[in-house]
Write a protein that binds this ligand. Structure first.
Ligand SMILES: [Zn+2]
Length: 94
């Protein structure tokens, strides 16, 4: 099983196919729910802007698109089709 993630590297975005074990090994070393460094480089696949981690629902939020990307089994699911649309209230409360 692999997943496609977008990362920001300077001014360009690249797409990488990564085995989710990458995330799992990071999370075992750091038992916080999301690796901070990973969150720093993960971007929204739609608009390429930075994501905000929402601990309450365990989701990655893109405020620009009002989408919440789920984190399933500690693996961020960076697919627009899988993302949940946020209400205005949810966007502003984050
Ligand atoms: Zn976005």
């Amino acid at each position: 099983m692999v997943a496609i993630y977008s990362f920001k590297t300077g001014s360009e975005s690249i797409h990488a196919v990564i085995k989710p074990v990458f995330f799992i090994t990071n999370l075992i070393k750091k038992p916080i729910s999301m690796d901070k460094r990973l969150l720093d480089i993960l971007v929204c696949p739609l608009c390429k802007s930075a994501l905000h981690y929402e601990a309450k629902n365990h989701e990655l939020i893109c405020k620009a698109d009002r989408l919440a990307y789920p984190i399933r089994d500690d693996i961020p699911v960076m697919l627009v089709d899988e993302a949940r649309s946020l209400s205005a209230d949810e966007v502003f409360s984050n």
